[in-house]
Design a protein around this ligand. Structure first.
Ligand code: BEZ
Length: 290
């Protein structure tokens, strides 16, 4: 049975470019993970993909997300191929990061590919055995499968899209919001339909209701709640400091901007905590139960 969204991704052990991998041990309890399969080593598109994934590794790390690749080639083949990828220029600054450092799983028997539904019947090796498609499995820190994307062999993936999906999943776990088409971090989000206006106002601050012919008010847009401290709080603190005679004398205009910027960062954490408390007290006012 292939995995469905929300299923627990089972633990597994598999040889890899960096030796035997025990999936749960490798990922740990606090990290998300992505498992990306590709059709075959020593092929052009796969080389660009795995190089690009290496270049973007710091972006995945920022999101507490471990990366694993997978194909039906041997670990030895992966290690040889990595030398090519590292020399190809697709990895970015290989001197600094050492090139492909995440494990490439060697699923020679296709045990994982079958279990996870990653085989593409249209792509076969020279022995007529099916190859893995370009699958992406995004798994959260509870080992639940949160998203999958499948591409055919002839279409290379856009790894910025995968980062974007991780951003969306992590944001919508924390706040009662959903991310609109083509959304990127910092852009406006939609309030989830199940969230009452009063709850949205507390948790997300001001939101706009888009007028539509039906007269219904389902299209409610709010600021990305992860981006910064609510303006009103930031403004209040800055005004409080600068409003004093001492503050006004001390700080030229540029200084005021710097203080405003710093306070924005310092108080972002506190504001997030307040929002989380509000979310919890609304008894799942949009927060997903996992
Ligand atoms: C490639 O990675 O370039 C590729 C692999 C299998 C089929 C077609 C293209």
């Amino acid at each position: 049975m292939p995995l469905n969204l929300g299923d627990t991704v089972p633990d597994f052990s598999c040889d890899s470019s960096v030796g035997q991998i025990h999936y749960y041990d490798y990922v740990g309890d606090e990290h998300w993970s992505i498992i990306c399969s590709h059709p075959s080593d020593f092929t052009p598109v796969c080389s660009t993909e795995l190089g690009n994934l290496s270049k973007l590794l710091p972006q995945f790390e920022k999101r507490h997300c471990k990366v694993l690749a997978l194909s039906c080639d041997s670990a030895e083949s992966h290690r040889k191929w990595i030398e090519d990828i590292n020399a190809s220029g697709y990895c970015g600054n290989t001197k600094k990061d050492g090139g492909v450092s995440y494990p490439i799983l060697a699923d020679e028997e296709r045990a994982l590919a079958v279990k996870f539904g990653m085989l593409d019947p249209a792509e076969k090796d020279e022995r007529g055995m099916p190859l893995t498609c370009r699958a992406v499995f995004i798994v959260d820190d509870h080992k639940k499968l949160r998203a999958t994307i499948l591409y055919p062999a002839t279409t290379g993936r856009n790894f910025y899209e995968i980062l974007r999906v991780v951003d969306s999943l992590q944001l919508t776990d924390e706040y009662p919001v959903a991310t609109p088409a083509n959304w990127e971090r910092g852009e406006r989000v939609a309030v989830t339909p199940s969230t009452p206006d009063e709850v949205a106002a507390v948790v997300l601050g001001d939101f706009a209701v888009v007028k539509v012919p039906s007269g219904k008010t389902y299209l409610r847009l709010a600021k990305d709640p992860s981006s910064k401290t609510p303006k009103v709080l930031k403004r209040g603190i800055v005004e409080m400091i600068l409003g004093t005679e001492y503050g006004a004398k001390l700080l030229p205009t540029v200084g005021r901007l710097v203080v405003s910027f710093i306070l924005g960062g310092v108080f972002a954490g506190a504001a997030t905590k307040t929002k989380e408390t509000a979310t919890a007290t609304t008894q799942n006012g949009g927060r997903k139960k996992r």
